[in-house]
Write a protein that binds this ligand. Structure first.
Ligand code: NAG
Ligand code: NAG
Ligand code: NAG
Ligand code: NAG
Ligand code: NAG
Ligand code: NAG
Length: 737
């Protein structure tokens, strides 16, 4: 909120500096011209990665340059929360926190800023970047990589995808959407089959990819898992000429996840796979099918030359489309030396004050205030609860290993969850070097205004002893998850979490502290929903769910707790007491790769809970503020493209704040949709007493369902209910269409 004006200006300025310099037709004309001059070896060098084991490789995946035709190597790099294996970059808040902001402005600004850092790290003489965005990966709350995405709701994922792709590509960096499709758990991911019916496929899992295509995404990464029984990377229904992507207007190339290919070169190439990465490595049965073999397939006619040419053209067209052929910086890092050493690392710093401030703003805007029992004294100062008035408490305890600096020696994948949690583990992790942990930020802010006692081990007795008799206690607790790998079993969790409990006895730690301190403030850092069985404890006067806030975690939480920033984060998922409330599960045990039938269909998370009358502890879209808001004057009118829904929001409290009104649609019964589905949200900054009119648009597709017989979106006939409110269960205005 503090920076909103400045960042709006920044993101607009950058967006107008768009690098989309040529239409797709112009880009394809240039690409086809170059392809027509290439030898078969040059073509193969573009569709096959140069190899994970290649000592010349500078990125996580590279293609071979064709200098005589001015074609550079393409550089693929991990890190949807910040460039990975590279120093001097920003450690951004995770995707799930970006969803928590319910702010398109911040989704876009984060994409722009990440794009600037990727571009600023340059590319080899000369490579060009690709940034890959994970979508819709929280089918179950324990899903290991759910936090890399924008959560379980397809609409919120779609908006996050749209804004991020536009943001990233406005800097001339290629965006890629992954993992296509339904790559929703880590156990058995190298071969499980996700089996979806047509409507679930379209409305739930394809929808965020559709929004990426509408944003102009130039590549899509096919997944490790099988889909409807067939490997995603040779699944014509997904990636073929008449498959989902192309039928919905996708113009770029399909790249395999690292080692995700199966069967034969011809199977993959003919199904629609355009590039195999990294080219030389095998994971659990998948891996090397183009190297050496694609050439044979072309020579024998199993893959036509036309198809090979098309693969190369699809890879080169984005390069021209985004104007990567002129003025693109040269690479200045070497992924093979992630410590920044060696002659190929030029040690360029792409961090900036603006990026640090934006990372902090997103961390603050994604902090969700879940509980606040505030009492004030006669001077209006906070005696218990939030926001804290500095100086009122003269003795403060800071408890929990999650408050202290994290162990940065857990290898590049951030695998140990020792210290404060800022990002999950695996290839979606980021640089943690610049992390400012909560204990440092709090200690520095509190200064000499109070005596501070710390207990940073999660030892229960030690924690209780530190808090006993203190005016206030902070407890920091967490839960982690990440990507599966042969090496990534973290504290017994194989990517996916084993359960919804807080790690390191966090729930017990909170209870032990609350038993001895009647002003206990709890901060939760987590990859997703956790057990909050303790949340109603009367001595717990404040709870902030801070998710995975990235490197600025400490300064951000200080501003939220002490009120320099009025929290406006909203839950991008529901928090229920048991996993049964979510209606899905993770398949941990199986004799061989399992079939996972998505029998819950459209009923994920809040959709399942509403349909089954389950009341979560904290619902989707929920989040408190230090002020209060009222809603009035709903009006709905039709337009040429659909409807607009307008209403007024007023700040009825004494502090400036930001409301995140949400629009849910209730379909006519005949449509067989969940009771309410998210179809709009807005970010509204309001001074105390101020009112603003909010207008949300619904296009006809927003009122449609996917109709299998006609294979199209069709608007069902009948009356729709329009619900506008502060969360899925806090509906303030209703109307009908
Ligand atoms: C997956 O299977 C469903 C049900 O048979 C079918 O409707 C859908 O089109 C399939 N999807 C793909 C991409 O093949
Ligand atoms: C990081 O940036 C600083 C300049 O701000 C530079 O001195 C240092 O060498 C860089 N280190 C790496 C590993 O890039
Ligand atoms: C504490 O605050 C919560 C909302 O944060 C509210 O539901 C609850 O009633 C409050 N309890 C008391 C005792 O004020
Ligand atoms: C709340 O804290 C006080 C100490 O301030 C303690 O005496 C009391 O038992 C606690 N209440 C509960 C329910 O644990
Ligand atoms: C909280 O505990 C303190 C002593 O630590 C006591 O002075 C105060 O009255 C208690 N407040 C409440 C509301 O229980
Ligand atoms: C998945 O659905 C198929 C087809 O309906 C069925 O044969 C199979 O047994 C189901 N698998 C599981 C694990 O439920």
């Amino acid at each position: 909120m503090l920076f909103s004006g400045a960042f709006l200006a920044l993101s607009l300025a950058l967006a107008s500096n768009a690098f989309v310099t040529r239409t797709w037709d112009e880009a394809y004309a240039l690409a086809n011209n170059v392809v027509s001059q290439m030898t078969i070896d040059e073509k193969l060098g573009i569709v096959i990665g140069t190899g994970q084991l290649n000592s010349n490789r500078r990125c996580v995946g590279d293609t071979t340059a064709v200098p005589r035709l001015g074609i550079p190597s393409l550089c693929f790099q991990d890190g949807p929360a910040g460039l990975r294996l590279v120093k001097n970059v920003t450690g951004w808040p995770a995707g799930i926190n970006t969803a928590s902001t319910f702010s398109r402005r911040l989704m876009r600004a984060r994409g722009v800023a990440m794009g600037e850092e990727w571009r600023g790290k340059g590319a080899q003489p000369s490579s060009r970047y690709s940034f890959c965005l994970p979508l819709g990966k929280m089918r179950n709350p324990k899903a290991g990589r759910g936090w890399e995405s924008f959560g379980p709701d397809p609409y919120l994922n779609g908006e996050g995808a749209y804004e991020t792709v536009i943001g990233v590509q406005s800097t001339g960096v290629q965006a890629c959407a992954k993992h296509f499709l339904a790559n929703n758990q880590e156990h058995w991911r190298y071969g499980l089959s996700a089996n979806l019916d047509d409507r679930t496929e379209k409305e739930m899992y394809f929808y965020p990819f559709l929004r990426s295509i509408e944003a102009g995404v130039v590549s899509v990464m096919c997944a490790y898992n099988r889909y409807n029984g067939t490997s995603s990377c040779h699944n014509e229904g997904l990636i073929g000429d008449n498959g989902l992507l192309r039928k919905h207007g996708f113009k770029g190339y399909v790249v395999s996840d690292w080692g995700a290919t199966h069967d034969s070169a011809a199977d993959n190439a003919n199904a629609g796979l355009d590039m195999e990465q990294p080219g030389d490595y095998i994971v659990i049965g998948g891996g090397v099918f183009f190297l050496g073999k694609l050439e044979t397939a072309v020579n024998t006619g199993a893959v036509t030359t036309e198809r090979l040419n098309q693969m190369v053209a699809r890879i080169l067209a984005p390069y021209y489309h985004l104007g990567q052929d002129s003025g693109y910086p040269e690479t200045n890092f070497d992924t093979q030396k992630p410590d920044g050493s060696g002659s190929r690392n030029l040690r360029v710093n792409v961090r900036s004050d603006a990026h640090t401030a934006l990372a902090k703003e997103i961390a603050m805007a994604s902090s969700v205030l879940l509980k606040n029992n505030r009492t004030v004294n006669s001077q209006g100062s906070t005696v218990r609860g939030l926001p804290i008035t500095k100086g009122v408490a003269s003795s403060i305890a800071i408890v929990g290993q999650d408050a202290k600096m994290l162990n940065t020696n857990c290898n590049d994948l951030n695998e140990c969850n020792d210290g404060t949690l800022t990002v999950g583990w695996g290839s979606g992790s980021n640089l943690v070097d610049f992390t400012i942990p909560p204990v440092d930020a709090l200690t520095s802010y509190i200064g000499t205004s109070a005596t501070i006692t710390t207990s940073l081990s999660n030892d229960l007795d030690d924690g209780a002893n530190a808090a006993r008799g203190k005016d206030m206690a902070f407890v920091f607790v967490n839960a982690d998850s990440g990507e599966l790998g042969a090496y990534t079993v973290v504290v017994g969790n194989q990517g996916d979490r084993n359960d919804l409990a807080l790690w390191w006895k966090g729930g017990s730690l909170v209870e032990r502290v609350a038993a001895v301190c009647n002003n206990t403030i709890v901060v939760v850092h987590s990859v997703g929903p956790v057990s909050f069985s303790w949340s109603n404890h009367p001595n717990i006067t404040g709870i902030v769910y801070a998710g995975l806030p990235g490197e600025q975690t400490g300064p951000a939480i200080v501003d939220v707790l002490y009120g320099a920033y009025n929290p406006s984060g909203r839950l991008p998922f529901s928090i229920a007491d048991s996993e049964d409330a979510y209606g899905t599960s993770i398949v941990y045990n199986s004799l061989g790769f399992p079939d996972i039938n998505y029998t819950e269909k459209l009923l994920l998370d809040y959709r399942y809970m509403e349909a089954n009358n389950i009341t979560p502890r904290f619902e989707f879209g929920f989040g408190l503020s230090y002020t209060t808001f009222s809603y009035s004057s709903l009006s709905i009118s039709s337009t040429s493209t659909g409807y607009t829904v307008s209403f007024q929001v007023t700040n009825t409290g004494g502090l400036a704040g930001t409301e995140k009104p949400q629009l849910y649609l209730g379909y006519p019964t005949s449509a067989s949709e969940p009771p309410k589905v998210l179809r709009g949200f807005e970010e509204v900054d309001l001074a105390s007493g101020e009112s603003k009119t909010v207008t949300l648009s619904l296009i006809t597709r927003d009122l449609s369902i996917w109709d299998t017989p006609s294979q199209s979106y069709i608007r069902p006939s009948g009356t729709f209910n329009v619900f506008v409110g502060a969360s899925i269960r806090d509906i303030r205005l209703t109307g009908t269409i």
